[in-house]
Design a protein around this ligand. Structure first.
Ligand SMILES: [Zn+2]
Length: 265
């Protein structure tokens, strides 16, 4: 439900995040980025799974996915039935997805009859959706290999951070170019266009987010970029080819900053 009371279709940001985790795991494995036991089995508990690493340093050094998508190991007090005690540790995800909301002016849902053959033929009504969706993604590249609660760097080898960073961006690119969803064996979603803006900053702070549901959002982001100054870069893409070129360029030519307190030896 939008604030003005309009009901519209929404795609879950949580599902987008899960699909990114799955895609980036493939990139990590192909590029020799280690994964913890739970992540290598695609266990969504990640380092909270029993038998995993138990401290921040081991987790961040030994699992690219826990480093990227975050994890939460809860505190266990002595009162635990096994007598096990441990400190809670957590890292927030470096990549965050909004819900993808359909622009109510460009959205349609239609009921379609499908037949399913089996022991007896069944007729089912299934809805099909078509629309223009708005979503935002935030990625904190500087947090790769970093304990983001204290902003202390754990993975100091920049070449290893760059491989993780590149994999994260390429997985995001692939995910948007080839979307997935439920029941894709027969209703694979497909893009008919893609436009938007990519805004990033190379300093402490945060790049602004502005909803693509607002008309002229790309102009607004460009104005914000000018106010924010030299450290801020805004790219605009109007189609799938421009988006692919930009994401590929960012994956190949950018790298995660070090936290401001860290001095390279
Ligand atoms: Zn992991």
């Amino acid at each position: 439900l939008l604030a003005d009371g309009t009901e519209t279709d929404a795609l879950s940001g949580d599902i987008f995040k899960q699909h990114h985790a799955s895609l980036v795991s493939g990139y990590f494995e192909a590029n020799n980025v280690p994964l913890c036991l739970a992540c290598s089995k695609r266990n969504v508990l990640r380092s909270a799974a029993p038998g995993s690493y138990s401290n921040m340093t081991d987790i961040l050094l030994n699992c690219g996915l826990c480093d990227t998508h975050g994890f939460m190991v809860t505190t266990k007090n002595k009162s635990d039935e096994n007598g096990e005690k441990r400190e809670g540790i957590a890292k927030h995800s470096l990549i965050e997805f909004s819900m993808a909301l359909a622009d109510p002016k460009y959205f349609a849902e239609s009921a379609q009859l499908h037949t399913r053959t089996g022991e007896s033929q069944m007729i089912m009504t299934i809805s099909g959706r078509s629309g223009e969706y708005a979503m935002c993604v935030r990625y904190t590249a500087a947090g790769v290999g970093v304990d983001t609660q204290t902003w202390k760097i754990i993975l100091k080898d920049q070449s290893k951070r760059i491989i993780r960073h590149k994999s994260i961006l390429l997985a995001l690119r692939d995910q948007l170019l080839s979307p997935t969803g439920a029941m894709t064996t027969w209703q694979l979603p497909h893009l008919a266009g893609l436009s938007g803006s990519i805004i990033y900053i190379e300093q402490v702070g945060r790049a602004p987010i502005f909803s693509p549901l607002q008309s002229g959002f790309q102009d607004t982001l460009e104005k914000l970029g000018k106010i924010l100054g030299d450290q801020c870069t805004v790219y605009r893409f109007e189609n799938i080819v421009e988006f692919t070129e930009l994401m590929t360029m960012l994956a190949n030519e950018t790298e995660p900053s070090y936290p401001s307190t860290y001095k390279e030896m």
